[in-house]
Design a protein around this ligand. Structure first.
Ligand code: KG4
Ligand code: ZN
Length: 343
């Protein structure tokens, strides 16, 4: 058995996973910094980096204890090296590189978005190619995943990311941070048809673009003109209506891609927003109507975690058992793993 340790620290989750070559998780230790950032209504990069520093060695020890192994039993060290907040990437990747150097083991650099894109394959036997809706705090992209090293960008957001839209709407509705889960919770008690929002880019005929800034502005304008203080029920109804508009927009764009004659017949969703139950149910319905298949990772695999980082490393090792990256591998705050069809 070969054992790999993977570290995720690109945003506001610090996580460590121990996974073997059969994809079996021996330990997964995760610390979410939500309470650190909540008072600011968004992730504060400096605080995130400090928190990774404070928690990473504790989580590594916790993971080793949970698996009943020591650092000497780890054969390969992997970490997210791009994209993400630079401070966090430095903490996690330097930790993994240092352990690899000390124990004279291999280091593997993992692309965070590619890890989201492949995460579904950890538990489900999904073949390439598949359509991927990648919806996170920083991204909203529709991608054709053709293989480990080949993904084509079909369309992306013209403005905000899907998670960013939820986070901004939650702030406007004073629902707290992170916005996605807060909106989903409030929406569960609301009527999605009470205050309908116009679905963005409704008349888009070609391309697969997304847009969310108009929805956010529409919500802000409604709130500015609200005749009396918002009641809890108003807040729930607005959250439900907003969530419905975001989900409908995402679903409509995916439906158009699905209807293309050369489209793969499997649709996969990934990224934090993919944890949203209304979105998942809507995508499932739509895929069925198109005689296709919809497959989603477990909600806890959709939000940031180290299982997907370990899995992405193993996908690469399965293709090339000798894969290894230099300790000088660069850390990059931005990087696309997709090719655009025109490039
Ligand atoms: O993938 P992720 O954990 O971190 C990034 O790489 O960005 O995504 C975080 C984003 C946040 O914007 C959060 O509000 C959103 O995902 N999110 C959700 C849900 N859970 C997290 N959005 C909608 N519904 C959810 N249940
Ligand atoms: Zn992510």
């Amino acid at each position: 058995m070969t054992l790999l340790m993977a570290i995720e620290s690109s945003c506001d989750e610090t996580a460590v996973c121990l996974m073997d070559d059969a994809g079996r998780v021996h330990a997964h230790a995760l610390y979410s910094q939500v309470s650190t950032h909540a008072p600011y209504g968004g992730v504060v990069p400096e605080l995130a980096a400090r928190s990774h520093t404070e928690h990473l060695d504790i989580l590594v020890t916790q993971a080793l204890n949970e698996a009943g192994v020591t650092l000497r039993d780890i054969d390969i060290f992997a970490a997210t090296t791009m994209p993400g907040l630079m401070g966090g990437l430095i903490v996690g990747a330097t930790f993994a590189k240092t352990l690899a150097m000390l124990h004279q083991k291999r280091f593997l650099a993992v692309h965070h978005l590619q890890a989201h894109a492949l995460s579904v394959r950890w538990e489900h036997p999904v073949d390439f190619p598949y359509l991927l809706l990648l919806v996170s705090g920083g991204h909203c992209q529709l991608i054709r995943v053709q293989g480990l090293d080949s993904s084509i960008l079909l369309g992306e957001t013209l403005d905000d990311a899907a998670g960013e839209a939820f986070d901004k709407a939650a702030r406007l509705l004073s629902l707290g941070f992170p916005g996605g889960p807060a909106i989903e919770q409030a929406a569960a008690q609301g009527d999605p048809e009470k205050y309908p929002f116009e679905i963005p880019l409704k008349n888009q005929k070609t391309g697969f673009a997304f847009s969310f800034s108009g929805l956010k502005t529409a919500l802000a304008q409604r709130l500015a003109q609200w005749p009396q203080p918002l009641s809890p029920q108003d807040r729930h109804d607005l959250a439900a209506s907003f969530q419905m508009a975001v989900a409908q927009h995402l679903i409509r764009v995916c439906a158009r891609a699905f209807a293309m004659p050369d489209s793969p017949k499997t649709l996969v969703v990934a990224g934090g927003v993919a944890a949203n139950a209304t979105l998942r149910a809507g995508l499932q319905d739509m895929a069925q109507r198109h005689n296709g298949t919809f497959i989603a990772p477990r909600p806890d695999i959709c939000t940031d975690n180290a299982i997907m980082i370990a899995w992405a490393a193993w996908e690469r090792l399965r293709q090339n058992p000798l894969a290894s990256d230099p300790l000088t591998s660069p850390l990059k705050p931005r990087d696309a793993f997709v090719e655009s069809p025109t490039s």
